[in-house]
Each structure stands twice: as structure tokens, then as C-alpha cells.
Design a protein around this ligand. Structure first.
Ligand SMILES: O=C[C@H](O)COP(=O)(O)O
Length: 263
């Protein structure tokens, strides 16, 4: 059994979730890619993915993208999330110059919690292309995530047309982020147009979760459907590359082992 990072695959519906599970995904992330980097799927779709995952294999878990915090400013009501989610995440784009982004993030998190009967843990999201996203900096988000009792931090890219994660942050910066996250009881997930070619650089960073959508789809087109063969091929490479780099990082921490619980 491999002990490297867990593999997260973003899926848009239950069919894609089943394909990702055939390919060996660990964390099934529900996201509508047509609605942006953290596009929220319809709550009924989220519920059907949770059901498909629970039926298939209870050892896998689900996360959901809930859009950007700013998406919910003008909306009176946020939708109720279905039960069975392990993690949820909200983006912070557009809040880079807001002195009150932490409070705005907290307010939207609270609204989702109050609207829903189930519970989950939060993942804070830092965009590697922080200027394009106009989001708070990674260095501000990690302590805020710890303060908010998040389970982890995801570093992703905002503009999916402009480079991958490693074109915005070098492996050393990801390694520093992993050290800071782990010191605060948070796991570190990384994503952003990652491919098998990214794996050797990621292997020394200490990341706990590797997230993909593009690499899980035919021809790396993130709007296309997730294919089991693409997920399986990525997973095989991930296990191999991380096994060879065993002594280079502290990647043995897994989501769920964090000191923080609840939200
Ligand atoms: O959370 C993971 C993202 O959905 C990754 O998507 P991407 O590989 O297309 O950047």
C-alpha cells in the first residue's frame, strides 16, 4: 500500500466520480469546472456524488468546492449542503485588498454551516497566481486557516489558462508552506494544472494531497469528462515518483491526521 500523498480528483457528477474511483482516487472532489476554478456544483449533484462514493467504498471521502467567498456577498441565502462531505472549500479571489477578508470568509463559512444539517471540515484556499486572483497571500492564509481550525490548506491556480502551479511557485516555496502547515496541524494540498511531469518536483515538498482535474481528463482538457485510465495512469506515476523520493520530504502526514477538528 502506498503511503505518499493522497490523490484528489475533481469531478462534475456521479458518473465522473465512478470513473475516478475506478482509477484509484482517494478524495473525490465535487466541482463544476465551467463555473471557475472552485465552481460549485448544484447541491443535488453534490448529494449524488456523495451517494455514489459511499455506495462504492466507504474508505474514500468527498470534498466540495463552494465557489468564491465574494460569490455569496449579494446572495441572501446559501444552499444547504448534503450530509456526508468530509471537506469543503471556498476561494478568496477579489479579497486581496480587503482588510476584512478574514471576517468575510468566516461569515460565508458560518452561513453554509447554519444552512446545512451535516458537518464537514474546511480547507482554506490560497491561489498561487495571487495577483491574477487578487486574493490574500499564502503567508496570510496559512495562519488564518490555523486560527479558523481548518483541516488543511489547498494551494491551487486561479487562471487555468495561464501556466501550472509550478510556474507560479517553486518547489522550495511549496516545501516552506508544507512546513508551516504541518507546524499548525494543517495538511497541505496542491493543485493547478498538474501533470505527471510535475510529480518529481512535488515529491520533495512534503505535500499531503495532490489534486487534479485536467490530468484526469482526455487530452488534459478540464472541461472534458474524467476518465478512469487517465486517473489510474496519474496515480501509478504518483506512487512511483513519491516512493523514489521517500527520504526527500515529510509526506507521510495524511489528511485526517491533523490536530484540528470540527469547524
Ligand atoms: O482541486 C483540484 C483542481 O480541480 C485541479 O484542477 P486542474 O488540474 O484542472 O487545475
Amino acid at each position: 500500500m502506498h503511503q505518499g500523498p493522497q490523490l484528489l480528483v475533481s469531478v462534475r457528477d456521479a458518473d465522473e466520480a465512478r470513473a475516478a474511483m475506478r482509477g484509484g482516487v482517494d478524495i473525490v472532489d465535487v466541482k463544476e469546472p465551467a463555473h471557475g476554478p472552485l465552481g460549485m456544483a448544484d447541491p443535488h449533484v453534490i448529494a449524488s456524488v456523495v451517494e455514489a462514493v459511499t455506495e462504492h467504498d466507504a474508505t474514500r471521502c468527498c470534498s466540495a468546492a463552494l465557489g468564491e467567498v465574494s460569490d455569496w456577498f449579494e446572495t441572501c441565502a446559501v444552499p444547504a449542503l448534503p450530509g456526508g462531505l468530509r471537506y469543503a472549500k471556498l476561494g478568496l479571489s477579489g479579497l486581496g485588498r480587503s482588510a476584512s477578508w478574514c471576517r468575510e470568509w468566516q461569515d460565508v463559512r458560518r452561513r453554509f454551516e447554519e444552512a446545512s444539517s451535516g458537518s464537514w471540515e474546511w480547507i482554506a484556499v490560497a491561489y498561487a497566481d495571487q495577483q491574477a486572483a487578487d486574493s490574500p497571500r499564502l503567508g496570510e492564509i496559512i495562519p488564518a486557516a490555523a486560527e479558523a481550525s481548518c483541516a488543511g490548506v489547498l494551494i491551487d491556480t486561479f487562471d487555468k489558462r495561464n501556466g501550472d502551479l509550478l510556474s507560479h511557485l517553486i518547489a522550495g516555496e511549496l516545501g516552506e508552506a508544507a512546513v508551516q502547515c504541518h507546524a499548525s496541524g494543517l495538511f497541505l494540498a496542491v493543485a493547478g494544472r498538474l501533470s505527471v511531469a510535475s510529480l518529481s518536483e512535488l515529491a520533495g515538498t512534503g505535500c499531503d494531497v495532490v489534486g487534479i482535474r485536467s490530468a484526469a481528463c482526455e487530452a488534459r482538457d478540464r472541461q472534458a469528462a474524467v476518465r478512469a485510465e487517465c486517473v489510474a495512469a496519474f496515480r501509478r506515476q504518483m506512487i512511483e515518483v513519491f516512493a523514489h523520493a521517500e527520504d526527500r520530504g515529510d509526506w507521510r502526514r495524511q489528511p485526517g491526521a491533523a490536530g484540528n477538528t470540527g469547524h
